[in-house]
Ligand binder design. Structure first.
Ligand code: SAM
Length: 222
């Protein structure tokens, strides 16, 4: 029998999204629509509406719903916007983004995760998402500049390529800091060379591995 988790989803949104201060109606509505249970590994559907990250294979995680909603709300996305996500993972955040933005480009370094995310988007009929397998610290130059950029893995610095691909007035939301403990930053491009940073609080993401971040998974600083 198929589990009906729509009530659990509404409850999670009321308790962990709305009550914790996310008040952008388009983000809240998107969180009510996208079935998170379709983005977790088989057998874990009943845990989809706990406000917690879950393992998705390849040593990676699907992010906590509150953090997904916070990052999307802070990116201040309008309906027709073009958005880049670095770190597709399960595809859940890209799916929520796709209900808020015009088009989503998302990059994942682990091919099996990207392939599974693509399959999930097709099954749900979410046809405004493009997935690329590769190093997201380089961005997606041909598709930019982006109105917003979300980075779903912790980086030691804001990758230069991503700064260059952020449109004027656009916002990037990115966890910055050492492994296991980062600050979530909102980086706004004021003009060609000026970027303002705003600290949104402490977070804990898996590491961003790539040419413009950490080079090697086995040589991460503690
Ligand atoms: N947004 C995802 C979701 O909703 O399931 C969660 C992402 S998970 C916390 C972080 C992802 O970033 C992992 O899947 C990891 O493989 C990926 N990642 C790390 N470094 C990357 C890079 N340079 N380019 C692309 N993906 C990267």
């Amino acid at each position: 029998m198929k589990l009906d988790l729509s009530r659990a989803r509404d409850r999670m949104v009321d308790l962990h999204i709305v009550r914790r201060g996310i008040d952008d109606p388009r983000v809240v509505e998107a969180m009510r629509i996208v079935p998170r249970e379709a983005f977790v590994d088989p057998g874990f559907e009943e845990f989809a509406y706990e406000d917690a990250p879950l393992s998705i294979g390849e040593g990676q995680t699907i992010s906590q719903p509150y953090i997904v909603a916070l990052m999307i709300a802070e990116a201040e996305i309008d309906a027709g916007d073009t958005v880049l996500e670095v770190g597709t993972g399960s595809g859940y955040a890209a799916a929520v983004l796709s209900r808020v933005a015009g088009h989503v480009y998302t990059v994942e370094r682990h091919a099996p995760l990207a392939t599974e995310a693509r399959r999930r988007f097709a099954k749900l009929g979410y046809d405004n998402i493009d997935v690329r397998i590769g190093d997201g610290t380089k961005g997606w130059p041909e598709a930019g500049p982006f109105d917003a950029i979300l980075v779903a893995a912790g980086s030691p610095n804001v990758p230069q390529a991503l700064k260059e691909q952020l449109d004027l007035g656009g916002h990037m939301v990115i966890p910055i800091g050492p492994q296991g403990e980062q600050r979530l930053l909102k980086v706004t491009r004021v003009n060609a060379t000026t970027f303002e940073e705003h600290d949104l609080g402490g977070v804990r993401f898996v590491p961003l591995i790539g040419e413009h971040a950490r080079k090697n998974e086995r040589l991460q600083p503690a």
